[in-house]
Design a binder for this molecule. Structure first.
Ligand code: ZN
Length: 208
């Protein structure tokens, strides 16, 4: 599934209306008016994306995916500590990329505490937008609308108030602001494989 490409916002460059200099203005003043400094343009410098896995230090180490994307119509990945059982309860969960928190709430039921983060990568030809979702958390360490950085702790692995053995249910979506969702569905439209997404968005990561 291809990520959606939002067109680059075309910011209208409104020309500064040149005012006719007063007749008695001296040469220096006329020069100043005729050549106004350009207004500050919005920064559209491409920023190559950098994404990472949400558990482990370094990312991924000490964890395994117990149920992958697409298995049993699963819309995400279930990350467990290699120690099994609840050995990963309370382990840190990290933001997969820079972004803005779009949900930080205890939905109870099968979801428990959930954090959602919107990510936007500025490319040469537009902006790629994604959302990552972290569910069943034991605690939430961020707030709605908070700007977060890749690798920042956003919460910890939980069990959705005792509903499951502790694990992280992780989703990556290429359609923003979908409902919380069913976690499983025969139609995965809007959802993408989290590990494939990370692998495809490493060009902006620091070396090493
Ligand atoms: Zn799951």
């Amino acid at each position: 599934m291809r990520p959606i490409l939002l067109p680059t916002v075309l910011t209208a460059c409104v020309a500064t209306t040149a005012t006719t200099p007063p007749a008695e203005a001296d040469a220096d003043t006329i020069t100043e008016i005729a050549a106004p400094s350009a207004p500050a343009a919005p920064d559209r410098t491409p920023t190559p994306p950098c994404a990472q896995l949400p558990v482990g230090e370094p990312p991924g180490q000490g964890y395994r995916v117990a149920q992958g994307f697409g298995t049993n119509r699963h819309l995400g990945e279930d990350w467990n500590g290699v120690g099994g059982g609840n050995t990963d309860l309370g382990d840190p969960v990290y933001a997969m990329a820079d972004g803005v928190v779009s949900a930080a709430h205890d939905f109870r039921g099968g979801w428990g505490r959930v954090v959602r983060i919107e990510h936007r990568f500025t490319l040469e030809n537009g902006v790629e937008a994604f959302e990552s979702l972290y569910a069943h958390l034991d605690d939430i360490a961020v707030e709605l609308d908070q700007r977060v950085e890749r690798g920042q702790r956003i919460g910890s692995i939980g069990d959705a108030h005792g509903a499951y053995i502790a694990h992280l249910h992780l989703e990556v979506r290429d359609v923003l602001r979908l409902p919380l969702g069913p976690g499983y569905a025969s139609d995965p439209s809007g959802y993408i494989d989290p590990r494939a997404w990370v692998a495809a968005h490493r060009s902006g990561c620091p070396p090493g």
